[in-house]
Design a protein around this ligand. Structure first.
Ligand SMILES: Nc1ncnc2c1ncn2[C@@H]1O[C@H](COP(=O)(O)OP(=O)(O)O)[C@@H](O)[C@H]1O
Ligand SMILES: O=c1ccn([C@@H]2O[C@H](COP(=O)(O)OP(=O)(O)O)[C@@H](O)[C@H]2O)c(=O)[nH]1
Length: 240
């Protein structure tokens, strides 16, 4: 049911690294980042407290081609460092739009960004600052989707918003199966037993146990983020 005021007070947005590439083959596209940040700033101006977990897939992924033959943990640390680069770019763009952003990293890299300290993150959110969580969970063998579930639970977010390339959860990967149909809502158990592939099982399990719902929506659809925040029927809701 749409509201006149935001339906949520504190949200955690998971932004895929690949969303920052736009149509480029690699890296960060400033025009794309500017547009995404504009949408985030709009919901922040409505009084919603915003935290972001940023991915790194546009630069490096522990499981991708560039890491073949590498020790997995080492490759994953490279992936986490990639998310730090994205976090810096995102916070820079946020600061330019008038939002005040703070980056907090799960691995210590003190000359570059401050470490993740939960009470400090909560303080920033209360002050209306946007907090960008970098370096995922700080552990190899995890993903930034799991980091989103973890940080979302830690900061008491009411909803995890998975901002991605597709406009919801489908019966099969819509990029591979044209017959796939989109769910308006589904339970965590369904998402996990059907192996729907949009998020990893660790992230789903953590959100399920913490009763933290997830909205999957397209970051490429203008206005979709605001619609989700207003409680509109946008994307797919994954719930307990
Ligand atoms: N059942 C499904 N419903 C929706 N998307 C799916 C599904 N299975 C796999 N996907 C894929 O998951 C991707 C979204 O996850 P995301 O984490 O943003 O991408 P990536 O893993 O490439 O960073 C989409 O690009 C989509 O192709
Ligand atoms: O807690 C974490 C989060 C991320 N990563 C590494 O960082 C990469 C980039 O993150 P992810 O693939 O989740 O980014 P996205 O798909 O959102 O762009 C991953 O492939 C992993 O190699 C990790 O090891 N631990």
């Amino acid at each position: 049911m749409p509201h006149d005021t935001p339906a949520h007070k504190r949200i955690l947005i998971k932004l895929s690294g690949e969303a920052l590439m736009g149509d480029d083959a690699f890296g960060i596209n400033q025009a794309v980042i500017g547009r995404i940040v504009g949408e985030i700033a709009e919901v922040a101006r409505m009084g919603v407290q915003v935290a972001v977990v940023i991915g790194g897939g546009n630069i490096f992924r522990g499981m991708a081609g560039g890491a073949v033959g590498m020790d997995r943990a080492t490759a994953d640390y490279m992936g986490m460092l990639a998310t730090v680069m994205n976090a810096l770019a995102l916070a820079d763009a946020m600061n330019k739009t008038g939002l005040t952003a703070r980056v907090m990293s799960a691995i210590s890299i003190d000359q570059v960004v401050e470490p993740y300290v939960r009470p400090k993150a909560l303080q920033y959110l209360e002050e209306g600052k946007a907090v960008v969580f970098a370096a995922g969970t700080g552990n190899p063998f995890f993903t930034t989707d799991t980091a989103a579930a973890l940080r979302g639970a830690e900061i008491g977010a009411e909803l995890v918003l998975k901002a991605t390339k597709v406009d919801g959860v489908y019966s099969a990967d819509p990029r591979k199966d044209a017959q796939a149909t989109r769910y308006a809502r589904l339970s965590f158990d369904e998402a996990m037993t059907k192996n729907l592939g949009i998020m990893d099982a660790t992230a789903f399990a953590l959100c399920r146990d913490q009763k933290l719902p997830i909205k999957v929506f397209s970051i490429f659809k203008p206005g979709a983020l605001k619609a989700v925040v207003m409680g509109a029927d946008e994307g797919t809701l994954v719930h307990v």
